[in-house]
Write a protein that binds this ligand. Sequence first.
Ligand code: AMP
Length: 547
Amino acid sequence: MRRLAQTLDAVKATRSRTEKVSLLAAFLAGLTEAELDGAARVIVAAPLRVSDQRTPGVGWALLLEAAAAASGRTEHELMLATRAAGDFGEALEPAFPLTGATFPLAQVAPFFEALAAVGDRPSKLAVLKDTFRKATGGEVKYLVKALLGELRIGVQRSTFDDALAKAFELEPAAVRAASALTPDAGVLAALARNRALESASVVVGNVVAFMLATPAEAVKEPIDPALTIVEDKLDGVRVQAHVRDGVVRLFARGTGEVTASFPEVVTTLAPLQRSLILDGEVIAVTKDGSPRPFQALQARLGRSSPSAADRQDTPVAFVAFDLLHDERPLLDRPFTERRASLEALPVRTNPIHPLDPAQPVEPQLDVLFHAARSRGHEGLMLKRTDATYDAGKRGSAWRKVKRALATLDVVITRAEPGHGKRAGVLSDYTFAVWRNDTLVEIGKAYSGLTDAEIALLTVRLERLTLGHHGHQRLVRPEIVLEVAFDGLQPSTRHDSGFALRFPRIARIRDDKQPQDADRIDTVRALFEAQVRSGHRERDAQLSLFDG
Ligand code: AMP
């Protein structure tokens, strides 16, 4: 595994995607099948198969304890090192001696499986310690990162897919097509190595990569109203439902199998006497089935076996919007045809609205957008009726219309370094609005600015630093940002009493003085307007707010 760790260090060190692909390809090309499986699991940070109902079940605390025992450092020392490095995995590497021992790459997949196979903490700890003792610091670093689900080396799944193509001299397009039907990187790697990509196919029970939408504003081509339908954008969890012989399995985007979390969905779909793959959204609903906002669903997320009380308090529903398989694969059929088959099934579907080609598009979208918001949905999805289901692609066939609720002018009060390539700059900003003569914090944002803007802000914020608090700097409140967000929520997290949903920086407002920033009264008025419009529930639970 030593070469894998060295390769990943080199991959991290370069910004060039082509170079990342070449480095990975050169490494992957020479591996045995067992080694390839281990490498793939580490590179995409997915220790277990997607269809595996288990998890490795190791968190930060357990990893810390094992790493301390194996390296001979104290947990406290490792925690201090983590704070300094900004990343747990990175901090571990120098804690281990540069011994000659190296963990065999072919043992990596069995190591992940062994962790999942034992349930109790002492056994998991024993497996971890045993492995860490046989590994170099660099190896431990990547095993830990994979177990924590993120490598932070700038490698997306598509980068890995392209590396496989290069390693085994295959067409990148062919690898990507097979990848969309083969969620497990290790399985895909074996297909590539054995030149068996064509055997990748839609199988009920194997999750298909989700088709994704592009923000409408990011698509240049105009909308063709004759070939576009509009749906409400539901605010829940994207779920693919697989049904065969009365057995239902649910897979959520990003988190894998969630069948046990939503037993009522299983009960609804189990009677369907067909083999099906449905694409849709699990949403929280009221007793009469009307949609509730995402925050309401929070009470059910992470509950892998909800109690009767959970189900009673927060009922959920699966709302289907696409059909990928109905006795046979439908991915290649146009949306209209898939939709017609979907409507023939006795399942709850998301209604579609046609556009009138004789009328201008924008005013029609405005009306539909407000109607969607008044029904409690996030926005709109625009879908081409002639488009196939492009598994794993974020193209222009689906466009999403979210529209910010509003923007606020805010003052930066604290700043901290980001992660990965932003570890050296101050890229995460906490900001505030005025309550009388005092600034009260309302949120935190780290997206929206270019690298150049962040670099300049870093220099300015360093000069404005009043003091340090761990990673954070308290700064003199001088810099005004315009922040866009999708919703407001009462919160105890910030002293303003509010938090922003999905805040992102729209621009730096150097044309404004701190005293020109918005006041809490404006925030309150926006919140009241939002409650009146029905966009968010007043008392909903909060957690996905400002990240
Ligand atoms: P975003 O998460 O903002 O990138 O938006 C994409 C997500 O919108 C998808 O992954 C789905 O979970 C969700 N979504 C909600 N309603 C729909 C719909 N009608 N069609 C497709 N995706 C939808």
